[in-house]
Design a protein around this ligand. Structure first.
Ligand SMILES: Nc1nc2c(ncn2[C@@H]2O[C@H](COP(=O)(O)OP(=O)(O)OP(=O)(O)O)[C@@H](O)[C@H]2O)c(=O)[nH]1
Ligand SMILES: [Mg+2]
Length: 192
C-alpha cells in the first residue's frame, strides 16, 4: 500500500456516528501515549493529520481517516494510564468494545506497545478481545529510536516471549525515523 492521500473524516464515540461508508479499516490499539496517533501520521506521511501529545489521553474519541479514498485508518483512545483510570475504564474501554462489536469491515488490528516495556494485563486483555472478535492482529513495538539496535532486538524477543508469538511477527517502528513504515503498509496491503 502506498499512501498518496489522507484526510480526517470524523470523530465519533458511538456506532451510530461512525462513517456510513463501509471501506476496509485498519485500527490502531494500545495504551495511552504508546504512539498510535504518531504512527498514523508517520504512515500517512502527513505530520499534522492527527493530534499527538506528551500527556496521556490525547485521543478521546474514535477518529476515522480516509486513506487513498479506499480505506480507513482508525485511531482509538488508549487507556491504562494511572491518572484517568476510572474515567478511562468507564468510557474508553466500552468505546473500543462497541467499535469491535459494530460490524465494521476491520481487516487488521495493530496492537502497539512501547518497545521499552514488556506487555502486561492491558495488552493480554486486548489480544483476547481481538481474538474473540476474530480480528487478525499484528503487534507493533513503537519508539524504537529510543533504543539501540541491540537493545531493541532484546526487547522484541522479550515481548514475543511474553505474548507467545514469533519474534518476526513483531514490527518495530519509529514515528521519528520512519522505521517500519514499509513493513506495516506492506502488511496492511496483504489484508486489503
Ligand atoms: N521518540 C519517539 N517519540 C514518539 C514516537 N511515537 C510517539 N512519540 C511521542 O510519544 C507521545 C505520545 O504520542 P501519541 O501519538 O500522542 O500517543 P497515543 O498512543 O496516540 O496517545 P493517546 O492519544 O493519549 O492514547 C508524543 O509525545 C509523541 O511525540 C516515536 O516513534 N519515537
Ligand atoms: Mg492518540
Amino acid at each position: 500500500m502506498k499512501i498518496t492521500d489522507a484526510v480526517f473524516v470524523k470523530s465519533a464515540i458511538k456506532p451510530n456516528d461512525f462513517p456510513s461508508e463501509k471501506l476496509p479499516e485498519y485500527a490502531f490499539f494500545g495504551r495511552s501515549n504508546v504512539g498510535k496517533s504518531s504512527l498514523i501520521n508517520m504512515l500517512s506521511g502527513k505530520k499534522g493529520l492527527v493530534k499527538t501529545g506528551r500527556t496521556p489521553g490525547v485521543t478521546r474519541t474514535i477518529n476515522f481517516f480516509r486513506i487513498n479514498n479506499s480505506c480507513f485508518f482508525v485511531d482509538l483512545p488508549g487507556f491504562g494510564f494511572a491518572k484517568a483510570s476510572k474515567e478511562v475504564k468507564d468510557t474508553f474501554f466500552p468505546m473500543i468494545k462497541n467499535y469491535l462489536g459494530s460490524g465494521r469491515n476491520l481487516k487488521i488490528a495493530f496492537l502497539l506497545i512501547d518497545c521499552r516495556r514488556t506487555p502486561g494485563d492491558y495488552e493480554e486483555e486486548m489480544i483476547a478481545m481481538l481474538a474473540d472478535a476474530r480480528i487478525p492482529t499484528a503487534v507493533v513495538a513503537t519508539k524504537c529510536d529510543k533504543l539501540s539496535k541491540l537493545q531493541c532486538a532484546i526487547q522484541m524477543a522479550k515481548i514475543a516471549q511474553v505474548l507467545n508469538i514469533e519474534k518476526n511477527d513483531i514490527f518495530a517502528t519509529s514515528a521519528k525515523s520512519g522505521a517500519g513504515k514499509k513493513e506495516l503498509l506492506g502488511l496492511a496491503g496483504k489484508y486489503a
